[in-house]
Design a protein around this ligand. Structure first.
Ligand SMILES: [Zn+2]
Length: 215
């Protein structure tokens, strides 16, 4: 199988949030997953160096550290993808300002394409499946690209850890179900690209994640 998709990861913003650029060399286009504050300082030089244009922005969820830089990287026509359960966070990010860095400017973002559990997106010919995984926040979605063996999970699960469930809209028992019923059902070799920290795999977390054990 020829994998035409390239993935670049960067840890950005004041609390080290992962952003991912997925791009296709021949099509000269890229999709950005999550837009931490100041991400334009990484995104634009990266795109320019490779003569890529930004095709879409996909937001895993509405927390400020994942969407605070969105308005700076999108142009008028760039589609922005997100889940409606986080609409309030996308449109009024100041609601989370008590959890953000004091004095930081949080610009709202308009989602132009609402996605639901079970939706499929097309990424340069690869099928991307969307699963709704609430618990860390109401609208976290994960993006699974089966034929590349990768899944972008936002703040659902991390290497040896899981997303906080104590923020407004969080619920640990819901998060636990999301992880057991969605993440742990993916093929074990799937590489997990989380919203913070190093990559991991479904196999590794099922074997050793101390917070959520598979049933
Ligand atoms: Zn979050």
């Amino acid at each position: 199988m020829r994998i035409s998709l390239q993935i670049e990861k960067a840890e950005l913003g004041p609390i080290g949030t992962n952003a991912y650029l997925l791009w296709h060399e021949a099509e000269k286009e890229a999709v950005l997953i999550d837009a931490p504050p100041d991400c334009e300082k990484w995104v634009f030089p990266f795109l320019e160096e490779r003569s890529l244009s930004l095709k879409e922005l996909w937001l895993t969820h509405g927390h400020w550290d994942h969407m605070g830089g969105a308005s700076k990287v999108i142009k008028n026509e760039t589609p922005v993808v997100g889940h409606r359960a986080d609409q309030m966070l996308f449109e009024q990010p100041e609601l989370m300002s008590t959890f953000a860095i004091p004095g930081m400017e949080l610009e709202p973002i308009k989602i132009t394409k609402w996605i639901e559990h079970g939706d499929s997106l097309n990424l340069f010919g690869h099928k991307v499946e969307v699963f709704h995984c609430p618990g860390h926040c109401p609208g976290n979605v994960i993006f699974w690209i089966e034929d590349c063996g990768v899944c972008f999970v936002g703040d659902v699960i991390f290497e040896g850890s899981v997303g906080r469930a104590d923020l407004p809209g969080g619920d640990f028992s819901v998060l636990e179900q999301s992880i057991r019923n969605q993440v742990y059902q993916l093929p074990e070799e799937t590489i997990i690209y989380p919203g913070h920290g190093p990559n991991t795999s479904v196999r590794r977390e099922k074997a050793g994640n101390p917070f959520v054990r598979p049933l």
